[in-house]
Design a protein around this ligand. Structure first.
Ligand SMILES: [Zn+2]
Length: 134
């Protein structure tokens, strides 16, 4: 928690629902990244202009859909905002919606985010992970 008087804001978001086994299409509406993006976009324009850095610390890597959404989100931000992202484990899911599992290709969409270590890549191709520590 930032100290009193700090110009930092700590926001915690989380997945607000499981994968719906009855859904015909997989989506990321319930993911923590989506919660953050929707919250940020709802803030006043002047407040958003005052933001200088977004540092996203995730427990698991963004899924393929969230990688695309975070890339688009970053493109819509005012110029000059520093973007940082990190995670502890790679998001991998089996069965229904396994296409949401993080891939090397999806992580390349985060090229506009500074990638903090340690943030492991998918195990299958970890040697060729495109995202590099800056
Ligand atoms: Zn996601």
């Amino acid at each position: 928690m930032p100290p009193q008087g700090s110009n930092e804001l700590e926001l915690i978001t989380w997945n607000n629902g499981p994968i719906d086994p009855k859904a015909n299409v997989c989506h990321n509406h319930s993911h923590a990244e989506t919660q953050f993006i929707e919250w940020f976009r709802a803030q006043p324009v002047d407040w958003k202009k005052s933001v200088t850095e977004i540092n996203m610390a995730l427990n698991v890597s963004p899924c393929t859909f969230c990688c695309a959404d975070l890339s688009n989100f970053a493109k819509g931000l005012p110029a000059g905002i520093k973007l940082k992202i990190s995670w502890i484990e790679v998001y991998e899911t089996a069965g229904k919606c396994q296409e949401l599992s993080t891939t090397i290709e999806s992580l390349t969409k985060l090229s506009n985010w500074e990638h903090n270590s340690p943030s492991p890549g998918p195990k299958s191709k970890s040697d060729s992970l495109m995202i590099k520590n800056k």
